[in-house]
Design a protein around this ligand. Structure first.
Ligand SMILES: [Zn+2]
Length: 222
C-alpha cells in the first residue's frame, strides 16, 4: 500500500455507495403512482437538487423480483434503472456497464407501483463508477470531463484500487465518488469514507491514454 501513502497529501474524495434505484419520467410516475402524482422527498442526496423519494417500486425480471426499490428525483427525460451485478443475477438480467443516460442496447424490465405497472423495453444498466465534480474542483485537480482516473477506497483489510473511474464535471455537481453496492461492499466502504485519487501507472488497459494527464498533474502536486 506504499502507493496509497504516496498520495495521502492529495485531495481526498467523499465516497457514496449508490444502492439500486430508478429514475423516472413524469409519464412513468403517472403510470405507476397515478395521474398528477408528485414525488415526495425522503432525503436529499449530496448532488445538488437530487433526492431519494419516499416512493418505491418493485422490479420484476425474468427470474425474480426486487421490492422497495427507491426512486431518485427529480423526474428525468428518460426512464433509467440502476442495479448491481448481484441484483442482475437475482432478476435474471444481463445489463451492461454504462454511464448514466447512455441507454442504447440496454435490457428492459417491468416496474410495478401502487397504481399500475410499466414495461420498459430498455433502460437497465450497471452504473460505471464515476466521480462527480464542479468545474472549479476539476480545475484544482487538473481533471476534465470523461477522463478516466484511478482511486483507492475502502477499509484497511479490504481496500481496493478502482481503475477506470470516469470523471463527470458539471456546475450541478460536487466532489463525490459514486460506487455501486457490489463495489462498495467488496472494498469494505463505510459511510463517511473518503477515497484517494491515485497517479496513473499505465496499468489500466482502458484508461491508459486518458489517465496520462492525471499522472503529470498529481506528480506536480506532491
Ligand atoms: Zn453519480
Amino acid at each position: 500500500m506504499q502507493e496509497v501513502a504516496y498520495v495521502s497529501n492529495n485531495m481526498s474524495i467523499p465516497v457514496a455507495v449508490s444502492a439500486r434505484h430508478v429514475h423516472l419520467t413524469e409519464h412513468s410516475i403517472a403510470t405507476l403512482f397515478g395521474t398528477g402524482h408528485v414525488l415526495r422527498m425522503h432525503a436529499p442526496l449530496n448532488q445538488p437538487g437530487q433526492f431519494a423519494a419516499e416512493e418505491t417500486v418493485t422490479l420484476v425480471g425474468p427470474k425474480g423480483s426486487l421490492a422497495h426499490v427507491r426512486i431518485v428525483g427529480p423526474p428525468r427525460e428518460e426512464d433509467q434503472v440502476e442495479i448491481s451485478r448481484t441484483d442482475e443475477i437475482a432478476l435474471g438480467l444481463d445489463a451492461p456497464v454504462r454511464m448514466s443516460g447512455e441507454l442504447a442496447h440496454t435490457p428492459g424490465i417491468c416496474l410495478v407501483g401502487p397504481a399500475g405497472r410499466l414495461t420498459l423495453d430498455h433502460g437497465v444498466l450497471l452504473a460505471q463508477r464515476h466521480v462527480h465534480m464542479s468545474p472549479a474542483e476539476a480545475a484544482e485537480l487538473g481533471l476534465h470531463d470523461r477522463q478516466l482516473v484511478r482511486v483507492a477506497a475502502g477499509s484497511h483489510e479490504r481496500a481496493l484500487i478502482f481503475d477506470d473511474v470516469i470523471v463527470r464535471v458539471s456546475p450541478h455537481y460536487r466532489l463525490e465518488l459514486h460506487l455501486d453496492t457490489d463495489e462498495g461492499n467488496a472494498a469494505g466502504v463505510s459511510p463517511g469514507d473518503r477515497a484517494l485519487l491515485l497517479p496513473a501507472t499505465g496499468g489500466s488497459s482502458g484508461g491508459l491514454a486518458t489517465t496520462e494527464g492525471l499522472s503529470e498533474t498529481s506528480a506536480s502536486r506532491l
